[in-house]
Design a binder for this molecule. Sequence first.
Ligand code: 9YT
Length: 124
Amino acid sequence: MAGTDREVHAPTFVSRRMLLKKDGMGFSSHGTLLYAGTETDIWYKHHLEAVYCIDGEGELENLDDGRVHPIMPGTMYALDLHDRHILKAKTDLRMICVFTPALTGQEVHDEEGVYPLLSEAKGG
Ligand code: 9YT
């Protein structure tokens, strides 16, 4: 997938879309590498997402209830309430993500509800 349109680069992560809507599975599946030392502010308004950590250390802060959850290899989280959250990568964090409805791959990050925590992005 490297170098194809299935690989999406953002300031705080790279994501490889292994399965998309066009693959006909009813969900999409992504391998996402969040870079060490970054924070990513995420709100999937239109999708449910389950995420499994295969490597690295980090934290998920749920902005809706204020709780902070450690992330380590073997951790799974499921966003069943369109929870607004911040993903903090203490080290490089390798995640496997499943979305329903499936992403088409055409979404821009604003429409996915992904807002990297950068001053430029926050300024508008
Ligand atoms: C960790 C996480 O939520 N990854 C989601 C996939 C990524 N935003 C993508 O493929 O664009």
